[in-house]
Design a protein around this ligand. Structure first.
Ligand code: KIV
Length: 280
């Protein structure tokens, strides 16, 4: 059996030049499948709010909701590193809240947490790391701050914006983060950060020059209502599921299901005895 992946393993992978593969999962069967497929890290992302719970952004997601899905992923006992995503307002308000909420994630089985933001969250990152909590940062497009950023936009297009993202990533490394997600930036910014930092960069929509990649599982499976321009859809599961369920609908309505194959019968003599008895 291959060894359980913990945060230092990802740093070693960067040193060895091995690409890190991360994906989101929010439930037991999916966590089992993605782990069997060989991912290195599973993120119980706050994206669950949009792809599983039907919210229009990640802002309404609560700690209780993330913890509920985290527990299901933990029960799958994956070899991959399990990362719990800190939802909006679970870490911004105070260092104490940040450490306590991140600690709750670990108590429920997460092996690391992820928080969005750069320079503005380093005090929280430092405190969490001091408490023994491995922290993954998240810079570039930070969906929890999308309103302030003016929407889900490509980040780092000019010198000042690029410098700010690079500064954010460096600040997170200095604060003790073990890895950083770079979301939806121009590829050059992600490349500079990847070269500058000794911790791994894991990109989503920020090009190929990162130490690893992460995607939302619903996007690669074709289950999202809207797939972002940077996500690759590997299969159209929505159509496959729709076709399967409409075949089921037709079968039930036509009497084609259940057939004898899916029906359990009594032994003939038992049935005859029963009929006899009921006749009185
Ligand atoms: O919540 C999430 O799925 C994420 C990824 C997009 C990195 O934060």
């Amino acid at each position: 059996m291959r060894k359980k992946i913990l945060p230092p393993h990802l740093i070693k992978m960067k040193k060895r030049g091995e690409k890190i593969v991360m994906i989101t999962a929010y439930d037991y069967p999916t966590a089992k499948i993605v782990d069997e497929a060989g991912v290195d890290a599973i993120l119980v992302g706050d994206s669950l709010g949009m792809v599983v719970l039907g919210y229009s952004s990640t802002l309404p997601v609560t700690m209780e909701e993330v913890l509920h899905h985290l527990r299901a992923v933990v029960r799958a006992k994956p070899r991959a590193l399990i990362i719990g995503d800190m939802p909006f307002l679970s870490y911004e308000t105070s260092i104490r809240d940040a450490v306590l909420n991140a600690g709750r994630m670990l108590k429920e089985g997460a092996e690391a947490v992820k928080i969005e933001g750069g320079v503005e969250v380093v005090d929280k990152v430092e405190a969490m790391v001091k408490a023994g909590i491995p922290v993954m940062g998240h810079v570039g497009l930070t969906p929890q701050r999308a309103l302030r950023l003016g929407g889900y936009k490509l980040m780092g297009k000019n010198v000042e914006l690029a410098e700010k993202i690079i500064e954010d990533a460096k600040a997170l490394e200095d604060a003790g983060a073990f890895a950083v997600v770079i979301e939806f930036t121009v590829a050059e910014v992600a490349r500079i950060i990847t070269e500058k930092l000794s911790i791994p960069t894991i990109c989503i929509g920020s090009g190929p020059w990162c130490d690893g990649q992460v995607l939302v599982i619903h996007d690669i499976l074709g289950l999202s209502e809207e797939t972002p321009p940077f996500a690759k859809r590997y299969v159209d599961l929505s159509s496959i599921i729709r076709d399967a369920v409409s075949s089921y609908v037709k079968d039930v309505r036509s009497g084609g299901f259940p057939s004898d194959e899916h029906t359990m019968f009594m032994k003939k003599e038992e049935y005859e005895k029963l009929v006899e008895k009921l006749r009185g």
